[in-house]
Ligand binder design. Structure first.
Ligand SMILES: NC(=O)c1ccc[n+]([C@@H]2O[C@H](COP(=O)([O-])OP(=O)(O)OC[C@H]3O[C@@H](n4cnc5c(N)ncnc54)[C@H](O)[C@@H]3O)[C@@H](O)[C@H]2O)c1
Length: 333
């Protein structure tokens, strides 16, 4: 094997980021991992990675809103994976300005750093939320963009900047657009950990918002593999392009809760909490992925069924040490 290459990851301490760091190290890379500066010296979910993995990780405290810290992060990297973002939709109703600063200006800083330092590949992270409620299914990359929340708008803005840097400067950026991702270490702002976390804590009645929306859920190891697939594919096949990542399956929140009950062998009742229901025009009612572009270009395919992924997620939340990291009785925005 040749010399390991150094790759840089923003949002490395987050849910998907921490899995991506693990996957990158397992495939022979050294990782320079940006962890958002905090006064607790917390490395977030990276702290749960095994020490032999962390031996190949250099943690750099920083902030994507700060151009200087991004510029240092990317120096000498073969590939930059940009995942840092504010991601909660309900919090984006309350603090939209911070979403623009982190998701739009933060992405601009990453694009500028990659451009100036002539980094050979940037993987920018979009989201299926930018499509809004599906007009046609499954959703291909040609589906119109319709931002129904400040979060989605900030991600769509970041995507446009990425596109423009490729068009204007030839910046070698590829955009990955994951559909809903779930798995161990996800925060309880998302529906699957909300349900599994409450059940693992011994609740039999789970509190949720609207049960009707449908989603296409991808297990986090498969999403991490999609990042690596676009990060390592030949330049000509991915540069300047956008790739959806999702399974093509569709399930409503209501049916998902029943399936989780089955996987965890637990009776579940649902209490609908009006505080968790989003404004009607802001709720994305239907998302189903067409990932054929990614599959044909890179050979990526999801390796986990929903049942398998839910079982692995339940196992994580049933470990009392993991559960203790969550506030299962709160509505986590
Ligand atoms: N989870 C999903 O279902 C999903 C689906 C589609 C796209 N995405 C995208 O994937 C990426 C990762 O999401 P996640 O689910 O792991 O969320 P997450 O909240 O766990 O991770 C985001 C990370 O970004 C970091 N961050 C926030 N502000 C920062 C700043 N100013 N400077 C540096 N770091 C900062 C946070 O500390 C966090 O670790 C995001 O870009 C998100 O939009 C997520």
């Amino acid at each position: 094997m040749g010399q390991p290459t150094t790759v840089a990851v923003t949002g490395a301490e987050g849910f998907i980021g921490s899995h991506l760091v693990h996957t990158l190290v397992a495939s022979g890379h050294r990782v320079r991992a940006m962890v958002q500066y905090n006064s607790f010296s917390s490395y977030g979910w990276l702290e749960l990675l095994p020490p032999p993995v962390l031996d190949h990780v250099e943690v750099v405290l920083g902030d994507v809103r700060d151009a200087a810290s991004v510029n240092d992060l990317v120096a000498g990297a073969e590939t930059v994976y940009h995942l840092a973002a504010l991601i909660a939709i309900p919090y984006s109703y309350r603090a939209p300005h911070s979403y623009v600063e982190t998701n739009v200006t933060g992405t601009l800083n990453v694009l500028e750093a990659v451009r100036r330092r002539e980094i050979p590949r940037l993987v920018h992270t979009s989201t299926s939320e930018t499509y809004g409620t599906a007009r046609t299914v499954p959703i291909s990359e040609d589906h119109p963009i319709h931002a129904q929340s400040p979060y989605a708008a900030s991600k769509a803005g970041a995507d446009r900047l990425a596109e423009s840097y490729h068009a204007s400067f030839g910046t070698p950026v590829v955009t990955l657009r994951p559909f809903n991702t779930y798995g161990p270490r996800q925060s309880m702002r998302a529906v699957i950990p909300t349900v599994i976390g409450q059940l693992a804590a011994g609740e039999r009645t789970v509190t949720l918002g609207d049960l009707r929306p449908t989603r296409d859920f991808t297990y986090v190891a498969d999403t991490a593999a999609a990042f690596v697939a676009v990060g390592t594919a030949p330049h000509e096949s991915v540069a300047g392009r956008t790739f959806n990542a999702g399974t093509g399956g569709e399930i409503s929140v209501g049916d998902l809760v029943a399936l989780i009950g089955k996987v965890m062998d637990t009776e579940v009742e649902v209490r609908e909490d009006p505080d968790r229901v989003r404004p009607a025009a802001s709720e994305v009612m239907r998302l189903v992925c067409d990932a054929s572009h990614l599959r044909v270009t890179t050979g990526w395919a999801p390796a986990h069924s929903l049942e398998e992924g839910l079982a692995a997620t339940a196992e994580f939340f049933r470990d009392p040490a993991n559960l203790a990291r969550y506030k299962t009785t709160l509505y986590n925005v």
